[in-house]
Design a protein around this ligand. Structure first.
Ligand code: NA7
Length: 542
């Protein structure tokens, strides 16, 4: 743990100006900005290193599944950008952690980051107008501002399988992967889940394991990642034009420097369309969805053209027709997170890989030896990998469960639906800011860039409060309702809400259905700026 020179108060509580929870992209940059403001700030993180979600996701194959390389990084400092050389277009976890270590060192952040520390409780004290946190180390800290950068995909979802604890083999969750490498050689391995994590891990596990059984509930659309080495002239070009590229990123719908074609998929005939899809498929990456046509996520017929194209690729790749059929997805493409894979479908042509369709044969129970499905078959396993995702968007905040004004807990406040204003603050939780909170663009915009823009907004807000001699900010009554309606109205213009997914909360049993992502991209960030320029309209400052 980083040694920090505390000035303890007689109560045993350390007074700070700001507390940040989470040492990923958002938390680290918030620390940098608030220190620049002169605030005594400390970041707490349970992990043994910086990196947030990336630190925990050590499963084989973990890679950036977004326009990566030179765009998946802090953008605010040209010097920081030019000091780091990305090697691949889709950097792997080691590369991202290496980058974040570089950023932490270059910005000199480590003295104010306290690792290996879980924040056990956080409570707003109405009398002192301070947040008080207690850690699992038995320490407490207090500060007027609490910034939660706890991650959108960090509260792991463990499936509720009867007899789960009967299993005598090893069980690992992709989002809680052990630090030491896991050897699958000679093992019978099962993977439950075929979202991004499962799809990234499956081909690599299959190369090592004696036998791999994939338990699939919903078949997914997997696009070739097109990962490739980045050449120096490309990187030089980006570095030399960074201010313009950064601006293009900020303005683009997903926070990457590409302008989508302004054309409906239905304006082209099938041959022209498929030619375009084919060239983007060969190129790999998300371009097939984001650079091809601009109505794929809002028009069912347009969406169908791309879905059919990908289905035809699956059928042509997987040699066993029965397996190929099980792998065919039938929801609107892109309405669950679009997955980038490397040799995913080809993996099912291996002799040591079996696909179990859980829609036809659900899991009945775990046995001592493995998984029993309802057709009576027992699938013997030595290692079970849970690639079952997260209680996304709200899960990490609800696990923290801060206690707001007048003793209300977040889980009480959000028991029926989650309410935020701008996705940045929560009614009845004064001075608590979130980064990538529910109802922000979060996972559907470049996450490092989005975190950066939100952290800057928080910095500006705190600075303005200080300059105006104000100490408390919270959403005005009703602001959260109007905001929630806006988020829902934007989503309703798209096909997203038509598919149960972790965007809608329906991947978690018992979680209420509410669309968790603001789909406005750059409009969201413009709105944040406008609200600040209007003196923090919709907030009560006192
Ligand atoms: P995801 O995308 O939520 O995928 C989880 C997968 O696990 C998905 O296939 C689920 O099926 C499946 N799942 C979840 N619970 C169960 C149970 N109980 N039984 C069977 N199958 C189950 O999580 P990932 O970790 O892959 O990806 C999350 C993000 O992390 C990703 O976007 C990356 O950016 C990083 P379902 O589709 O719900 O039927």
């Amino acid at each position: 743990m980083t040694k920090i020179n505390d000035s303890k108060q007689p109560t045993g509580t350390t007074q700070l100006d700001a507390i940040v929870i989470g040492a990923g992209f958002g938390g680290m940059y918030t620390l940098h900005l608030l220190r620049e403001l002169g605030l005594k700030t400390r970041v707490f993180d349970a992990a043994d290193g910086v990196g947030g979600t990336w630190r925990w996701n050590g499963y084989p194959g973990a890679r950036v599944d977004f326009p990566g390389g030179p765009y998946y990084c802090y953008t605010f400092s040209e010097e920081l950008v030019k000091g780091w050389q990305w090697k691949e277009s889709q950097p792997d976890r080691e590369a991202v952690l290496g980058y974040l270590d570089y950023a932490a060192d270059t910005l000199g952040l480590r003295p104010d980051i306290q690792l290996n520390t879980w924040v056990a409780s956080s409570q707003f004290d109405d009398a002192t107008q301070q947040w008080v946190i207690k850690t699992d180390q038995g320490d407490s800290f207090t500060a007027p501002f609490l910034i939660c950068a706890v991650g959108t995909l960090s509260a792991a979802n463990e499936p509720d399988i009867p007899g789960f604890n009967n299993f005598k083999g090893d069980c690992l969750h992709t989002g809680r992967w052990p630090n030491e490498s896991v050897d699958f050689t000679g093992k019978r391995v099962g993977v439950i889940g075929t979202g991004s994590s499962g799809v990234q891990a499956i081909p690599l596990i299959a190369q090592q394991a004696e036998q791999l059984t994939v338990f699939q509930r919903t078949p997914q659309y997997v696009i070739p990642a097109g990962n490739h080495d980045l050449d120096q002239s490309f990187l030089d070009d980006i570095h030399n034009n960074w201010p313009q590229i950064r601006q293009q990123m900020i303005n683009s719908p997903i926070g990457a420097p590409f302008a989508p074609r302004q054309r409906s998929a239905l304006e082209d005939n099938q041959a022209t369309r498929n030619q375009l899809y084919e060239s983007l498929w060969q190129q790999g990456g998300l371009g097939i969805a984001f650079d091809s046509y601009d109505d794929l996520l809002i028009n069912k017929e347009a969406n169908f053209t791309l879905a059919e194209f990908v289905r035809s690729k699956i059928s042509a790749t997987v040699t066993n027709p029965d397996t190929a059929n099980k792998l065919l997805p039938n929801f609107y493409i892109g309405t669950k997170r679009l997955i980038l894979g490397m040799d995913y479908y080809q993996t099912y042509n291996r002799d040591n890989v079996e696909l179990v369709d859980l829609r036809a044969n659900p899991i009945e129970s775990m046995t001592t030896n493995g998984i029993q499905t309802t057709d009576g078959e027992e699938h013997p396993l030595d290692i079970l990998v849970l690639a079952t995702g997260y209680d996304a968007v709200t899960g990490a905040m609800q696990r923290l469960n801060p206690v707001g004004s007048k003793g209300i807990t977040l889980n009480q406040a959000w028991s029926k639906r989650f309410n935020t204003y701008l996705g940045m603050l929560i009614p009845q939780f004064p001075n608590l800011f979130m980064i990538h909170g529910p109802e922000t663009p979060s996972v559907l915009y470049n996450m490092p860039l989005g975190a950066e823009l939100e952290a800057e907004w928080i910095r500006d807000c705190i600075r303005e409060m200080r300059d105006r001699g104000l100490t408390r900010i919270e959403p005005a009554p009703g602001a959260e309702q109007a905001w929630g309606e806006q988020v829902a109205a934007i989503a309703e213009q798209t096909l997203f809400p038509q598919t149960p997914s972790w965007y809608t909360g329906e991947n978690i049993a018992g979680k209420h259905r509410q669309f968790g992502v603001h789909l406005g991209g750059p409009l969201f960030f413009q709105h944040l700026t406008d609200i600040a320029n209007k003196g923090y309209e919709g907030f009560v400052l006192s």
